[in-house]
Ligand binder design. Structure first.
Ligand SMILES: NC(=O)c1ccc[n+]([C@@H]2O[C@H](COP(=O)([O-])OP(=O)(O)OC[C@H]3O[C@@H](n4cnc5c(N)ncnc54)[C@H](O)[C@@H]3O)[C@@H](O)[C@H]2O)c1
Ligand SMILES: O=c1ccn([C@@H]2O[C@H](COP(=O)(O)OP(=O)(O)O[C@H]3O[C@H](CO)[C@@H](O)[C@H](O)[C@H]3O)[C@@H](O)[C@H]2O)c(=O)[nH]1
Length: 434
């Protein structure tokens, strides 16, 4: 099959490489020239394990990228996925401006694409967006009609950054939100190489249900982490080890062992904006989602709790403080909504001199743009050297091996926000929830 993809960020690039690997021919459209050049050179514009290998294999063979929507006309895709950002507005509600702009550009050329192309919303969008915003824009710009001249579907994406390729190729489920048979058949054909040789549950549902399933998935996981953080905060107050408690409750199948790592909280490009968007959408529809608001509040407090723990041991005004970990989670260069951001802000508000390190150079470069006044060093040793306190914000596996490096500190106060450091002897060690 031929697949067009609009937007080539974390999702668009991953699904492009993986669709090519499933045997499809793929064309990516992105407004960013540097992204298009990278893709055509077989290089990933983002840092994601396994992506460079796939792009190297398929770029120029069955995977092409372009800045021109018009190129989709000759390519004649059977399906066109919209993988465009859906950021939050000031009030937390979804900002559809980018996906609207993409739909407009696509709509202008859609009538010239042969056959019955199905436009698939891959972006995370609140219920109604696909049918009430994207569809009407496509109809207005193309002069065609949904269900007659082109198909419309919603197919949310559940991949995680850091394991995007393996998540996509080995999914827990596929969700096909459609309102016409031809669109559903197109989605079935797109994913057939995945579903033919393994048992993947396919949720065949309506468009609005598909939209909400995505938010419910993220809201549930984010709330689960906030709940274990709340339990962890209670554990800390009682001197109980939250990780032992989590291991035990995780043995109950109804709870499950995943997403029970308490600490400095959830960040990233999805959980914060998606929980905010669901809360805003619920309020817009007349329902006040108190539990989700509480999940956000608990999450917002964790970085401050970490700084308070540090304050209990040391006054950092005018002192060097090491921040280890800048990416929002290990295995990615992404710093969007990383917990390191409020931690750095809190340290700077206390008048500390912040020295930071992340094993990923992309994460360091991105954080340098945000905080140019922080010093970014090449490894844990120079970062810890002379530091008055160290705050561990991301659970990069290499931080588990840190040992003698802590002896380089002027005052070995180590506040671990992720239960990653093994060393306990000879340092003042505080875990956030244990
Ligand atoms: N990042 C994730 O792990 C993840 C996982 C599941 C779902 N999602 C959802 O997928 C969507 C995309 O997220 P992302 O993280 O891939 O975004 P991203 O910011 O990484 O990438 C978006 C890309 O779209 C391009 N773009 C912007 N406007 C455009 C236009 N008018 N035409 C063509 N290209 C344009 C940008 O240049 C960029 O390359 C969001 O709705 C997000 O919530 C993200
Ligand atoms: O037990 C846990 C698990 C996660 N986290 C934090 O939660 C955040 C999100 O982690 P994760 O879900 O692994 O990463 P994402 O790449 O943000 O993936 C989430 O967001 C994506 C975008 O919507 C979805 O597609 C995925 O299914 C969903 O897991 C990170 O800050 C983690 O440090 C914890 O604090 N404790």
């Amino acid at each position: 099959m031929k697949i067009g993809i609009v937007g080539s960020g974390y999702v668009g690039t991953t699904i492009a490489a993986c669709f090519a690997d499933l045997g499809h021919e793929v064309m990516n459209v992105d407004v960013d020239e540097s992204v298009v050049t990278a893709l055509n050179d077989g290089e990933a514009p983002i840092d994601e394990p396994g992506l460079d290998d796939l792009l190297d294999r398929y770029a120029g063979e069955t995977l092409y990228a372009t800045t021109e929507y018009e190129d989709l006309v000759d390519f004649a895709p059977d399906a066109i996925f919209l993988a465009l950002p859906t950021p939050a507005q000031e009030d937390g509600s979804i900002d559809t401006a980018i996906i609207e702009a993409g739909a407009e550009s696509l709509g202008r050329i859609l009538a010239d694409v042969d056959g019955y192309p199905t436009v698939v919303v891959k972006s995370t969008v609140v219920p109604g967006t696909t049918e009430e915003i994207v569809g009407p824009i496509l109809e207005r710009e193309s002069g065609g009609e949904v269900g007659v001249d082109f198909g419309l579907a919603m197919n949310p994406e559940f991949l995680r950054e850091g394991s995007a390729v393996s998540d996509f190729t080995d999914p827990d489920k596929l969700v096909f939100g459609t309102s016409d048979d031809r669109a559903r058949e197109t989605l079935e054909a797109v994913y057939a190489p995945l579903t033919d040789d393994r048992e993947v549950p396919v949720v065949d549902t309506g468009v609005r249900e598909a939209e909400l399933i995505k938010y419910a998935n993220n809201a549930f996981l984010a709330a689960k982490v906030s709940l274990i953080n709340e339990i962890g905060n209670i554990c800390k107050a009682y001197g109980v080890d939250a990780y032992e408690v989590a291991d035990a409750i995780g043995l109950d199948d109804r709870i499950g062992e995943q997403f029970l790592r308490s600490g400095v909280g959830w960040g990233g490009s999805c959980f914060p904006k998606d929980v905010d968007a669901l809360v805003a959408a619920a309020r817009d529809a007349g329902y006040d989602p108190q539990l989700l608001q509480a999940a956000i509040d608990v999450n917002d407090r964790q970085p401050e709790r970490m700084l308070d723990l540090m304050d209990d041991h040391v006054d950092v005004e005018g002192e060097r403080v090491a921040v280890l970990g800048l990416a929002f989670k290990p295995g990615t260069d992404d710093i969007r909504n990383s917990r390191a951001i409020p931690i750095i802000e809190g340290l700077q508000a206390r008048g500390a001199e912040v020295i930071a390190y992340d094993p990923n150079d992309g994460a360091k470069a991105a954080m340098r743009e945000r905080f140019p006044d922080v010093e970014y060093l090449a490894g844990p040793s120079p970062t810890l050297s002379g530091a008055h306190a160290a705050l561990i914000v991301t659970d990069w596996p290499e931080f588990a091996d840190l040992d003698l490096e802590f002896d380089l500190m002027s005052n070995s106060v180590v506040i671990d926000g992720r239960r990653i450091v093994d060393r306990r002897e000879g340092i003042t060690y505080e875990g956030l929830t244990w």
